[in-house]
Design a protein around this ligand. Structure first.
Ligand code: C5P
Length: 278
């Protein structure tokens, strides 16, 4: 096989708690990730021309080493000493700076695609190490579905996939920078506090609405006061909306009309078995 196409789905954090600091400037988390059926598509082709080329028609998406997907391909190449060059194309639909993990998902999709194309693929352990070096959310996207995570997000336990639960995602015209949101956490929000563990979360997810929480939500509003307008529009609908990751997208379980002035995407949970499906 010389070409393949895989999906790069968005994720939500159904629950996101800060458990402390890990001593290297990163916060430790306890989170429950869930992939969505809303996805970019990543096309990967082996080439006889050496080097890595990336194309993406979406405005503002870098097509060089600044793109995490390009970095993922370089890291795979470096670990594998592979003779082939690569042509990558990303069909982008996910917003940047939305807290949906789009860039991280693109990077993981490149790694998954390369294991399909490579006659001697890197081991899952080496892939996971490369993924974590690329970003805290990338290891989750090697797995997909529903998963519990601690550490920076790399200590992952796959959880049973819930049904294809419908979800509405709001996409404000606002981008949140992850470091800026983490920097806005108060001392109290930063913890430390104990993690509940994967077993407790597997049980709690029988009732998903009761799990919905995001410790970053107040910090995101302090870093980006414009978010308050979005939250107010969400509150006015009466539905329980939550910020996804470090924002700026918000989501609610079920299908809801968009609050005034906001764009809504109706989708549903995507299972682990369906991770690659284009
Ligand atoms: O993982 P990623 O490289 O996207 O994170 C960007 C920045 O967000 C980090 O450099 C750090 O400042 C902050 N961050 C954090 N704790 C995490 C994830 C991100 O402090 N668990």
């Amino acid at each position: 096989m010389r070409t393949t196409s895989v999906a790069a789905p968005a994720k939500l954090n159904l629950h996101l708690e800060i458990t402390g600091l890990d001593g290297s400037g990163y916060h430790t988390l306890e989170t429950v990730f869930q992939t969505l059926d809303w996805a970019d598509t990543v096309h990967v082709a082996l080439s006889d021309q050496p080097g890595i080329r990336l194309s993406c028609a979406a405005p503002g998406v870098p097509e060089d080493e600044r793109n995490l997907a390009h970095q993922a391909a370089s890291a795979y190449h470096a670990a594998r000493s592979w003779p082939n060059g690569l042509d990558l194309r990303i069909d982008k639909v996910l917003p940047a700076g939305g807290g949906l993990g789009g860039g991280s998902s693109n990077a993981a999709a490149v790694l998954r695609a390369l294991t399909q194309l490579d006659p001697e693929p890197l081991s899952p352990a080496v892939l996971a190490t490369i993924a974590l070096q690329l970003g805290a959310d990338v290891p989750f996207f090697l797995l997909g579905g529903c998963a519990h995570a601690t550490g920076r997000g790399e200590q992952l336990t796959p959880l049973e996939d819930p049904q294809a639960e419908p979800v509405t995602v709001l996409v404000p015209k606002l981008h949140c920078s992850t470091p800026a949101v983490f920097a806005a956490l108060s001392d109290e929000e930063r913890g430390p506090r104990p993690a509940r563990g994967a077993v407790a979360w597997a049980e709690a997810l029988d009732d998903i609405p009761s799990c919905l929480f995001n410790r970053l939500q107040a910090a995101a509003a302090r870093a980006y006061p414009e978010l308050e307008t979005v939250f107010a529009a969400c509150r006015a609908t009466g539905a329980p909306w939550l910020l996804s990751g470090s924002g700026a997208c918000c989501f609610a379980l079920g299908h809801h009309p968009a609050p005034d002035g906001l764009c809504a995407v109706h989708t549903h949970f995507r299972s682990r078995a369906d991770l690659d499906r284009v």
